[in-house]
Design a protein around this ligand. Structure first.
Ligand SMILES: *Cc1c(COP(=O)(O)O)cnc(C)c1O
Length: 835
């Protein structure tokens, strides 16, 4: 790796190594063996318990039931002790997650006759913010200063006669900032009994101890996500200070084991359990096996990682290094690469003010923002588990990013949603990147993450002003002709390709090549179309079109053969309505593609569904899109309806292979959205063999595995004729193509195709690789987005009676002619079509 421009960071790592920091000694902390060892030990301990003991539903006299009750009570005590909470003073209620703990508290406040007042800090997680909808009056505290002023005044908010509840996170889930715990005591001292406190410790306790040894200074209610501490089991907890538990007396709901007796026929009354708080609040059967697993988790976690204090020390040191590494990255021109969202009052390295989480955004060398979606894709390929977006923390994110409420609303109206790709609006990011460290994180994780940012986001030298050197050719390129090297269709969306046999004339329609993406697989539960991004094994489902037999033939390849009893199946090409699910004939089911609903009809045959369900291990149906016009009509197929087609306007200098966008295209601080298709759906996708060769040369030079054309889901591969001289190849010439003539048909180039990590699924083995996405990201990334291939659509000719119009076809081997805008203006045949 090249020398990072951050001496402080390198020195700190060296010093750390020399100092032999105890937490980093031993294999547990130096490699991922720690994670594996933890998971293995925990599951083995739990499974040994499950195999040896029988746990019955509690509340009966049987041995198995008694055993459960005993274990659960022991574990309750053990968990309380983990937080130094005296069982005389505190009770613990098992819930599904931290949010369920909040809801239980809220239920009690909501059932107070006079309603309640609710205050919450800006840094709150959405689980705390939603509480305001149930309160008679609520207030969001925009700063610590506002909290101090309010906490120090003895007045209760007099808008509401009922009690008050003040909630805040012990640690922000956005940037890991740790908020002062002394507020709890301060509020209790000035406000007395009318005001309660709710501490959201879900983020804090995953890497920090929480000390409840002094009940007077402790929160009235504390919520935890135990899975965030231990990874497993999926369980949460609510710790209640017993002195404040009377608030639950007014809780109206009861259920399961929380009542002693219920009468519901002639009279309606019930007697609530009175013994312990948790008995009153744990509605329904406890997740007893999860609670038993918690016992194993506490033990194994303690044995491997020591106390929560040690975890805190370990993560604090690592986070300080990571912060140093991230914040000292510089572009070649000296500009900062990362904008870190850290509170002024917090310091990395100081566990009382800062947890091991770093939230940031990246800038390019011109000061423009790098899209979160792009960072997330690259991180996924490099196997870093990070999170991006709004992070369920709207207040913290808005204040860090300087987004006013009107801007957030406007972004929302403009289509911005949590998790979508358009994450930069009006030159401001709408989310951020978050990395979190835990007990199992290592020094190597830190250094390799900083290296990763350096490798992909640091631009060493300012981009050249001069265009790249085009390969010297002894002959002018015009004499070197192009042809169709291959034609492929993808009969079942996201499954393997079918190659059109050489010489076979294949029909082109306005909505694409015949039979391309005619079918899809839809999830039985959600109705969404399945894709290789989530189900890479779809690459091993190999459909073919057999026009002689009139069937779509589907073969299962490779590993899928091991999972299935049947390896081949056929479906008639004719769309016989009787084959489709009865209600679908009248009320068409929705197949969701790219989040938008389009209509598809699912096959009713259970045999067909079973075939795909068994192959992929996910309950799904085969569905077919309804037929559209004969190819000369103007109606686009519904399967492509979400292709937000935009005319491709050339911006000179944009398409420099291997370079970042030219300075003229980006003004510092802004990100220009290019007139390029955002969707991965378009009628036809064309790629160039020369470009693929160039890409593969670069991949191989780095020791990577060359990419096959299939990973790009191309329909048409255009290549130079064999008699072209070596060196005459023109990689990425397609960036400047405006139209193509293939055989006797004309096509329009709609824009470059944006890529995601789906191109990394090997179409032979269904395994995920890093390539070609990594090399593409380094060489074909414009404005933070990665492009390869061109969206293309057929230009049908006017209404003549010639067979060329009625049955337009292309074939492998057809000659190809490309037109730039200038050439297009001069070609009369083409001109007649598009004018
Ligand atoms: C994760 C988290 C939550 C939500 O926890 P769940 O267990 O998902 O309900 C709430 N607050 C903070 C600070 C968190 O980190």
């Amino acid at each position: 790796m090249e020398q990072l421009d951050c001496t402080g960071y390198d020195e700190a790592i060296e010093e750390l190594r020399q100092r032999e920091y105890p937490m980093l000694q031993g294999t547990t902390y130096l490699d991922h063996a720690g994670t594996t060892l933890y998971a293995k030990s925990l599951i083995e301990r739990f499974s040994a318990d499950m195999i040896t003991n029988l746990y019955g539903n509690p509340h009966s006299a049987s041995n198995s039931s008694q055993l459960t009750t005993r274990r659960v009570e022991d574990i309750r005590l053990r968990l309380l002790k983990l937080f130094n909470a005296d069982p005389e003073e505190f009770d613990i209620v098992f819930v599904a997650n931290a949010t369920a703990g909040v809801k239980l508290v809220v239920e009690a406040f909501r059932d107070q006759e006079e309603g309640f007042w609710y205050g919450y800090h800006r840094d709150s997680h959405t689980s705390l913010i939603g509480v305001r909808e149930t309160a008679a009056h609520h207030r969001c505290f925009a700063s610590d200063e506002e909290v101090h002023q309010w906490a120090d005044s003895e007045e209760l908010d007099n808008e509401v006669a009922g009690p008050g509840l003040f909630a805040y996170p012990a640690q922000s889930n956005m940037n890991g900032r740790r908020l002062p715990l002394e507020w709890l005591q301060r509020i209790r001292q000035t406000k007395h009994s009318g005001m309660y406190t709710l501490l959201d410790a879900a983020a804090l306790v995953s890497t920090s101890p929480l000390d409840l040894s002094e009940p007077d200074n402790a929160p009235d209610f504390t919520v935890l996500s135990l899975y965030k501490m231990f990874g497993f089991p999926d369980l949460g907890a609510l710790i209640v200070r017993k002195a404040s538990s009377s608030i639950f007396d007014r809780r109206r709901y009861f259920g399961g084991g929380t009542v002693e007796m219920v009468v519901c026929l002639k009279e309606q009354w019930h007697a609530k359990k009175l013994d312990t708080l948790h008995e009153r609040l744990e509605d329904g059967t406890l997740p007893i096996h999860s609670i038993v697993a918690l016992d194993a988790a506490i033990s194994v976690h303690g044995e491997l990682f020591g106390s929560l204090r040690r975890v805190s020390e370990h993560t604090t040191v690592l986070a300080a290094l990571l912060y140093q590494g991230i914040s000292s990255l510089r572009h070649g021109n000296g500009l900062n690469v990362c904008q870190v969202y850290k509170e002024l009052s917090s310091t990395y390295g100081d566990a009382s003010t800062q947890g091991p989480i770093i939230a940031f955004n990246l800038r390019n060398h011109l000061g423009g923002w790098v899209s979160n979606a792009e960072v997330e894709k690259l991180a996924a390929v490099k196997n870093f588990q990070l999170r991006t977006g709004g992070l369920c923390n709207p207040g913290g994110v808005a204040s860090s990013l300087g987004l006013a409420p009107w801007e957030m609303k406007e972004n929302f109206s403009a289509g911005q949603r949590c998790g979508n790709e358009n994450d930069i609006f009006r030159a401001k990011p709408t989310g951020m990147v978050r990395v979190s460290l835990g007990a199992m994180s290592t020094l190597k994780d830190v250094t390799s993450f900083v290296d990763f940012l350096h490798e992909f986001f640091v631009q060493e030298a300012p981009p050249m002003d001069t265009p790249p050197v085009t390969p010297l050719s002894t002959e002018p390129p015009t004499t070197c002709q192009l042809h169709v090297e291959s034609l492929s269709i993808y009969p079942v969306k996201s499954c393997a390709a079918f190659s059109v046999p050489p010489g076979k004339a294949w029909e082109v329609r306005r909505e694409g090549l015949a039979w391309d993406r005619e079918w899809c697989l839809v999830h039985e539960g959600t109705g969404a179309a399945l894709s290789q991004k989530r189900y890479p094994k779809m690459a091993l489902i190999r459909p073919s079109i057999d026009l002689e037999e009139g069937v779509l033939r589907i073969k299962l390849m490779g590993a899928l053969q091991d999972a299935t009893s049947r390896h081949e199946m056929t479906v008639p090409l004719s769309a016989d309505p009787r084959m489709f699910s009865a209600e679908d004939v009248y009320r068409e089911s929705n197949a969701k593609v790219c989040g938008e609903s389009i209509q598809a009809k699912s096959y009713r045959s259970t045999d067909i569904s079973y075939f795909f369900t068994q192959a992929l291990g996910v309950a799904c149906h085969l569905a077919r899109f309804p037929a559209v016009g004969n190819g000369t009509g103007s109606m686009a197929s519904p399967r492509h309806s979400k292709a937000h087609l935009q005319k491709y306007q050339k911006a000179r200098g944009m398409h420099i292979p291997g370079a970042f966008p030219d300075a003229c295209l980006l003004t510092p601080g802004t990100v220009v959205s290019k007139p390029i298709l955002l969707s991965n759906e378009s009628p036809i996708l064309t790629i160039s063999r020369s470009s693929l060769n160039r890409l593969n040369e670069l991949i191989k030079a780095e020791g990577g595995k060359a990419a096959q054309a299939e990973v790009f889901r191309a329909n048409i591969v255009v290549a130079q004729n064999l008699d072209c001289l070596p060196g005459a190849e023109q990689p990425y010439a397609e960036d400047d193509w405006r139209y193509l003539q293939i055989g006797q048909q004309y096509f329009e180039m709609l824009g470059a195709c944006r890529r995601c990590q789906m191109v990394c699924v090997d179409q032979q083995t269904a395994e995920r690789n890093q390539e070609p996405f990594v090399t593409l990201s380094k060489t074909r990334r414009f404005d933070g987005r990665v492009y390869f291939g061109e969206h293309t659509c057929h230009l049908p000719m006017g209404d003549t009676w010639s067979p060329l119009v009625q049955n337009p076809t292309i074939a492998v081997g057809d000659p190809v002619r490309s037109f730039g805008q200038d050439e297009a203006d001069q070609d009369s045949g083409l001109w007649a079509l598009v004018s």
